[in-house]
Design a protein around this ligand. Structure first.
Ligand SMILES: [Zn+2]
Length: 287
């Protein structure tokens, strides 16, 4: 059995596994090593590109048919290869795909839009299903998107509000009044947003108050509940009941932006407590 062979291109003696098998040659192997053969083929391909292209184009249906037949026969092999390749190069593939998308952003978007339009019902169904299966993730994405586009969204809202002022006011007053009475979370959320917005004098820049202060509505409610006196409840929050009180009053803190340390201290949970509105007014007189 042949163990080594000298390549007649690079003249290196190599192990026989470095040669293609070739049935009709004397020893059953090609004369050039695989490496050289690849080089030869490549050079030939490049040199004769135009000629080969004509040939390829002329035989397109046949080549396609051949490939199809081959694919059918080697389904498992192809699938396995594809899987292995994706597992090995997953990040690269994703990156390439992202790059392609970014390089042709307008085109890519147009293609996506078209796809969506043609299949809108199906796409919506898919999206909805995904959201239902990935509730937390979906919420997180929505929140991040809103955060990312907050300036845009705030500007858009402003224009919209200006355009539809009267209609919105009438609707909003009724709706808010009704909902604030029924939904303490809604009421508290609105209050916090308003009070913090006023404290920042226009420097809130579309941020959600929870992201500014670093705790959630739920955190705030738990914090306040722990400090309720016997008679306090979410039912008597308001003018005729209790307020959220700043233990060290707002007026004593100096801040312009929510990034200022004193803003964070002023609005930190440990500076907030529930206090009867009457007591709060009295306290205001003292300080
Ligand atoms: Zn060689």
């Amino acid at each position: 059995m042949l163990k080594t062979k000298k390549c007649n291109k690079c003249y290196v003696i190599k192990d026989i596994i470095n040669f293609y098998k070739k049935g009709h040659s004397k020893d059953g192997y090609a004369n050039e090593c695989i490496e050289c053969k690849k080089q030869i083929d490549k050079t030939y391909y490049l040199k004769n590109y135009d000629k080969l292209k004509i040939l390829r184009d002329a035989n397109k249906p046949r080549i396609k048919e051949l490939f199809k037949r081959w694919s059918e026969l080697n389904k498992d092999k192809r699938e396995l290869y594809r899987k292995e390749y994706r597992a090995k190069n997953g990040e690269l593939i994703r990156q390439k795909s992202r790059e392609r998308y970014a390089d042709n952003i307008e085109e890519s978007r147009a293609v996506n839009r078209e796809k969506y339009k043609n299949n809108s019902e199906h796409m919506r169904k898919l999206a909805k299903q995904w959201r239902e299966n990935n509730l937390e993730k979906a919420k997180e994405i929505s929140r991040k998107t809103k955060q990312k586009n907050r300036v845009k969204i705030a500007a858009h809202k402003k224009v919209y509000r200006q355009k539809n002022k009267e209609k919105l006011n009438a609707w909003s007053n009724d709706y808010q009044k009704c909902r604030r009475q029924k939904d303490i979370k809604y009421k508290l959320n609105g209050n916090m947003s308003n009070v913090i917005g006023r404290a920042l004098r226009g420097n809130k820049n579309g941020w959600h108050w929870e992201d500014i202060v670093g705790y959630t509505l739920k955190d705030l409610m738990t914090h306040l509940e722990k400090r309720f006196t016997k008679e306090m409840s979410w039912k008597n929050h308001g003018i005729h009941g209790w307020h959220i009180d700043h233990i060290i009053p707002k007026s004593l803190w100096k801040f312009k932006n929510f990034t200022d340390r004193e803003f964070r201290q002023c609005w930190s949970l440990c500076n907030l407590q529930p206090l009867w509105a009457m007591d709060n007014l009295n306290k205001g007189k003292k300080t």
